[in-house]
Design a binder for this molecule. Sequence first.
Ligand code: SF4
Length: 508
Amino acid sequence: MHVMTTAAAGGPRTYQVRTYGCQMNVHDSERISGLLEQAGYVRAGEAEDTPDVVVFNTCAVRENADNRLYGNLGHLRPVKNRHPGMQIAVGGCLAQKDRGDIVRRAPWVDVVFGTHNIGSLPVLLERARHNAAAEVEILEALDVFPSTLPTRRESTYAGWVSISVGCNNTCTFCIVPSLRGKEKDRRPGDILSEVRALVDEGVLEVTLLGQNVNSYGVEFGDRYAFGKLLRACGEIDGLERVRFTSPHPKDFTDDVIAAMAETPNVCPSLHMPLQSGSDDVLRAMRRSYRSEKYLGIIEKVRAAMPDAAITTDIIVGFPGETEADFERTLDVVREARFSSAFTFQYSKRPGTPAATMDGQLPKPVVQERYERLIACVEEITWAENKKLVGEVVEVLVAVGEGRKDERTGRLSGRARDGRLVHFATGGAGEPGDAESIRPGDIVHTTITYAAPHHLNADGAPLSHRRTRAGDAAEAGRSPRTPGVLLGLPTIGAPAAAPAPTTGCAVSP
Ligand code: SF4
């Protein structure tokens, strides 16, 4: 039996984007949505009829990423057979890697596009429909900087802004250099225009995004460009919080620390991937800093910003990692006193040099070290969090994280230093009563309890500020930035908040 899609029933064509992988992909999916909406598609509702177009934005970092993709495509095949006119598109890193193989293995796929030509998607869909044949288009390099594409933002209060794409490093566990190419830096003027357009829409917080933000400027010959960019963000009225991810210890310069400390809207937080505390493992990873340099940066950051929360990414069980190497990682974790760490068990990523290295460790060894690492990290993060009990924090109320917990009656959001805070609301008529607080609003509250991964504030908020982002959330609008920033951004319906930041785009 044939079932109709919305378009077949005479409505507009609908789309759904399924996103896998890192923050780069989450932001690329915002662009994919923006492009499709500009081309007249509307987002399919959660429980509604089958979408007319399903886009997979894939990730290549997991060993079994392709099995997962082909499994999902297999599930969609009978759905597509029942829905004439439905189209399936596959983009992202796995598409960049597997190219034409995808339509050979799954001939019911209509479009394959790569990481360098997201902008072609609407045309490729159209062409595939017209020719009734699959379209595969993969470019080797960017033809247009992705942020010049229209973007449908997922949050009313926080936005991602790309400052660069690609990476000039060659970390042996990472697929980014081969799939996303050399670093391409966006002009500072374009970045700042996009930030201003977001702030004009009510956005309070911006995260500057690049694989290695510290090398920003390498393309146009200014090694201090990133610090200058942070200071320029400090001049933008209405922008309350500036974050960035990810820095690379190798390229971290003191002027960036000074810019962070001296620019009031730059948040007192730093997410800096460590990956390993052992110099031998760092060498094998081809990460050219050593643990001493890493700890030196942290020392300077703490001297300039004593309240900064420092977070990291760590990989356990890299090929050749010995027990002594692993203990060195534990030492650095103890010394650095991270407020949180994203910890990963090493797994082979096809196409990376590390996947074929000698000394691959048995899973039980990796698992055992991983558990010890987590215990060590949690002991420290808990102790660090406990220092905040009794402190007043400013919380930007979140969607998703901010949904009222029915059991505890708390809302949630992020403090300026990035920590997750669950807070009680005030009674009716008091400041911060539950009914009046919207995602995107700001509250001040006192921390009463600390857990390893979050803080609680169980008294009524000390203050509640209604913001334009909160107004937008209440009205069901989310910001959109047009491709070339010629006109005013338009307004649409919101969806979930951005995923938490996980640093260098190698995080699963
Ligand atoms: S891990 Fe980060 S710095 Fe290293 S190659 Fe990958 S993206 Fe570049």
